[in-house]
Design a protein around this ligand. Structure first.
Ligand code: AMP
Length: 215
């Protein structure tokens, strides 16, 4: 059966890494709104220009921009063979709009997976996070280190840090998560699709739990 999933969790909970792995295993689409926005910023599109000011501060981009984006993906049929939404919804209004879009298009949601990690762990993880600007692979000191320091294992590109992984911005992102995103958990609990997983283990350990829960 094709799977339709939503991944929730604070920044640094590893949901992006796990989404890439699970999407590959289940052969479903992986939609990271963070990646879509970062590409838009890089390309200087109107969406990117509007999003950049918010992202730099660790704040959320206005709901209407993201809701339109996801709606287009649904109506264009891009998600028809199953999907993992990573980073969307991020607010209760986004979750409500998503539910309406799903209902309107007869898309069932099998699970909303909550990746749980402590704030201390998040700050530690994000301050050690690097990514490849070419293939988007992510690395983490000390948990997932590239073979050659500062260089991507897959394509040899020089690794970079995300500007919003700076400590003060991370603290703001956590605050934004607590105030605006965390309330979604109750929304999905009421919908009876919430699955909570402990995301403090190694990437392999978390993947094993994830596959057992929703794979
Ligand atoms: P992420 O890569 O998921 O941590 O997202 C990076 C940044 O992109 C966030 O801090 C927000 O500024 C923005 N962003 C990503 N997804 C959303 C969303 N669903 N709603 C609003 N802003 C978002």
């Amino acid at each position: 059966m094709k799977k339709n999933l939503v991944f929730l969790g604070p920044p640094g909970s590893g949901k992006g890494t796990q989404a890439v792995r699970l999407a590959e295993k289940l052969t479903v689409a992986h939609v990271s709104t963070g990646d879509v926005l970062r590409n838009a910023v890089k390309e200087g599109t109107p969406l990117g220009k509007e999003a950049e000011t918010y992202m730099k501060k660790g704040e959320l981009v206005p709901d209407h921009l993201l809701v339109g984006l996801i709606e287009t993906m649904i109506t264009d049929g891009k998600l028809k063979d199953g999907f993992i939404l990573d980073g969307f919804p991020r607010t209760v209004p986004q979750a409500e709009s998503l539910k309406e879009m799903f209902d309107r298009n007869q898309v069932p949601l099998q699970a909303a997976v909550l990746f749980q990690v402590s704030d201390v762990e998040v700050v530690q993880r994000l301050s050690g996070r690097w990514f490849c600007p070419q293939c988007q692979a992510t690395y983490n000191y000390p948990a997932r280190v590239p073979e050659k320091e500062g260089v991507c294992d897959r394509d040899g590109a020089a690794l970079q840090r995300r500007p919003d992984d700076e400590e003060a911005v991370v603290r703001n992102r956590l605050e934004v998560y607590r105030k605006q995103t965390r309330p979604i958990v109750d929304f999905y609990r009421r919908e009876s699709v919430l699955r909570e997983i402990n995301a403090e283990g190694s990437p392999d350990e978390v993947f094993e739990v994830l596959v057992r829960e929703v794979g």
